[in-house]
Write a protein that binds this ligand. Structure first.
Ligand code: ADP
Ligand code: MG
Length: 259
């Protein structure tokens, strides 16, 4: 894996890589339109580890889906490396997602019929980039990533033969396969015990340091927030850096508490 992954498009470290501007997102419901994001703006710089906190139901997953071009938005823009990806067709959004964005979910979302190695290779299979020499390179890369997340001896295990923490590590390796510009993680340790969660937090932080990997992480977990450079909150459909009522302050690494 190149260790200047986040710089592969020739831009400077610290410059903006993913930006959501004035996002409005509504869902149709039997009782009318439900506005979840009413004017949400958020930006992550290259190499940044950014936390997003917010009450359950505040729209955190909706925001990540919008930023990752998984869902269409009603209005606003999502700029990836300066290019608006929000208005593109489903086909080109799928291509951008697959090649440039890595997703991590609370429930891992691994394919149960495939072993760890094949799950990590899934983004390449979907992108149909699995021919000849490329196939060999991708296999080596996937195996290397599994080694990196400590699963060198679990490559041929299927998800049901792995613990929750191991499954999430497979999902991390999968998210890294295509050297994404940014990883979007939705409560990545929300379903793990505190000790296992902690190992995943350490792993995410070390990947952020080693590869300068940009990450936007939705989490309720103070120890993960602490490792982030910055924390934002989703309140009333908007993103704010002001601590909302009822939230405890969590000093982040940019505050000088941990680096
Ligand atoms: P969070 O991740 O912060 O818990 P979500 O983004 O999942 O919140 O959901 C925000 C709000 O939008 C919730 O009230 C939820 O019920 C609603 N919602 C989410 N997805 C849909 C959908 N597909 N259709 C209608 N309402 C939805
Ligand atoms: Mg959610």
């Amino acid at each position: 894996m190149s260790n200047n992954n986040a710089l592969k498009h020739g831009a400077e470290k610290g410059s903006l890589i993913l930006e959501g501007r004035k996002i409005i997102k509504t869902y149709p419901t039997p009782r009318g339109k439900l506005t979840v994001l009413s004017d949400a703006s958020i930006a992550a710089s290259r190499g940044e580890m950014l936390a997003v906190m917010g009450a359950s139901g505040s729209g955190k997953s909706t925001l990540l889906h919008a930023l990752g071009a998984l869902d269409k938005i009603d209005s606003g823009t999502v700029l990836l490396d300066g290019q608006d990806i929000s208005k593109k067709s489903e086909t080109s959004r799928a291509e951008i997602r697959n090649g440039r964005i890595g997703f991590m979910f609370q429930f891992y979302h691994l394919f149960s019929d495939f072993n760890a190695l094949d799950n990590v290779l899934m983004p390449a299979r979907i992108g149909r980039r699995m021919n000849g020499q490329k196939r060999k390179e991708l296999l080596e890369r996937a195996a290397g990533l599994l080694e990196r997340v400590g699963l060198g001896d679990r490559m041929l295990h299927r998800p049901f033969e792995l613990s929750g923490g191991e499954q999430q590590r497979v999902a991390i390796a999968r998210a890294l396969l295509n050297e994404p510009d940014v990883i979007l993680a939705d409560e990545p340790t929300g379903n793990l015990d505190p000790v296992t969660g902690r190992t995943i937090h350490e792993l995410l932080k070390s990947l952020n340091r080693e590869y300068n990997q940009t990450m936007i992480i939705v989490t309720h977990n103070p120890s993960l927030v602490k490792m982030c450079d910055r924390v934002t909150y989703l309140v009333d459909g908007k993103v704010t850096t002001d601590l909302p009522k009822g939230f405890l302050t969590v000093p982040t690494s940019r505050d000088g508490t941990k680096k």
